[in-house]
Design a protein around this ligand. Structure first.
Ligand code: THG
Length: 372
């Protein structure tokens, strides 16, 4: 029997928790000290439903670190190698945050609300402490807060139709990684075309906890004929989509090049950020490891609760950190950090699972689409 993880007052509930529980959530994880659903029916059923219909995801655990003030833009730029100078208000940007050694502190979605106001929609680590420490040490004029904002994701191929029914046709004009302020219950809320799936959709950044249940119910009722269901980031779909999970697939011990984040690192542009010297050196040398996909010869696999060694001729060349069985591919799929020489699509490797040694083939991330 797998022991349960206990909730307590240290683990935050969310404005949507009553509806998530009414919808029959079967398992949670804890992310940013907050409950995050991980499964409703089964990973496979949730996967197919996400790819065909529309789901409501309680991703309130994606907490917002707000940075505002006259020095906000300068401080936010110092946090990341991604050039933010060309972004206008209304943009969202996925951006690694790095420390002075080039290690990844977090990988938030940064929303630019105004020239002097940003939200960092953080992955699972206490970014507020890192930013507050830096602001104190640098003596910059900013205010840092974690406002009571709870994102609700609406994901799946029917997400736009459902959102248009509740928020009006204006949602259709929101481009990928942009946001707009739209009204719900006569209150303006931030709606972005973002989300942790490749199926398309939106995230509603609800800043009124009292409107959580009414918002959920409005989407639920409007989506009955669209077969709306409660869902959550799906392990299988996000592995296939190549979405890396901070703390699991990569940590402070990894740099952006190992994570294949080079498109978010603008070393050739002359702005200042923490870790520039370290990243320039790594870019020059080339990263020691690269994150890749694996296709594993297996039709059932146990959960990966600690990294599984990846070997070639008995020598370890890396580790798999997220593993699932894909019903679309009828094999195991994994995200793995591999030594550079083995990080090539088509390379054969062996994965040491708790069930024994399994043959695997290295794949690109995201995994190439399957034909329907
Ligand atoms: N939504 C919000 N906050 C988040 C996540 C989210 N915080 C934590 C975690 N998820 C951050 N991780 C990612 C990873 C990838 C993407 C979004 C969040 C993503 N990337 C696109 C891509 O790689 O193609 C686009 C990147 C870009 O153009 O900037 O969607 O899911 N609010």
């Amino acid at each position: 029997m797998t022991p349960a993880v206990w909730a307590s007052t240290r683990v935050r509930r969310t404005p949507f928790t009553p509806r998530v529980e009414a919808a029959g959530v079967v398992a949670y994880t804890v992310y940013n000290h907050t409950l995050l659903p991980v499964m409703f029916r089964s990973l496979e059923e949730d996967y197919w439903h996400l790819k065909e219909h529309v789901q409501l995801w309680d991703v309130s655990c994606q907490r917002q670190v707000e940075i505002r003030g006259v020095d906000a833009a300068r401080l936010v730029q110092l946090l990341t190698p991604r050039d933010l100078s060309t972004a206008e208000a209304g943009r969202c940007l996925y951006a690694p945050l790095v420390d002075s050694r080039g290690g990844i502190v977090n990988d938030p979605v940064i929303s630019k609300l105004a020239d002097d106001r940003f939200w960092l929609s953080i992955a699972d680590a206490d970014v507020g402490l890192w930013v507050s420490g830096l602001a104190h040490g640098l003596g910059v004029k900013v205010e840092i807060a974690e406002p009571p904002v709870s994102p609700l994701a609406v994901q799946g191929p029917k997400a736009e139709e459902l959102m248009a029914r509740v928020f009006g046709g204006a949602v259709r004009d929101i481009r990928f990684f942009r946001f707009a302020w739209l009204e719900f219950a006569a209150h303006p809320v931030m709606v972005a075309r973002t989300g942790w799936s490749k199926q398309g959709g939106f995230e509603i950044y609800l800043d009124r906890p009292d409107l959580g249940v009414p918002l959920w119910d409005a989407l639920w009722e409007a989506g009955q004929d669209l077969e709306v269901r409660a869902g959550c980031p799906n392990l299988i779909e996000r592995i296939e989509g190549g979405f890396l999970s901070y703390g699991g697939d990569f940590t402070l011990e990894h740099n952006p090049f190992e994570c294949r984040f080079e498109r978010f690192c603008h070393l050739d542009r002359p702005f200042d950020f923490i870790g520039r010297a370290a990243l320039e050196e790594i870019a020059e040398r080339g990263p020691a490891r690269r994150v890749m996909g694996l296709e594993i010869a297996a039709t059932s696999l146990p959960g990966c609760v600690e990294p599984w060694p990846v070997t070639v001729k008995g020598g370890q060349v890396g580790e798999a950190t997220s593993v699932a069985v894909s019903p679309a591919r009828r094999c195991g799929v994994a995200i793995a950090m591999l030594d550079r020489v083995h990080a090539e699509p088509g390379h054969g490797v062996v994965v040491s699972s708790p069930d024994g040694e399994l043959a695997a083939v290295v794949s690109d991330l995201p995994f190439p689409p399957t034909s329907p």
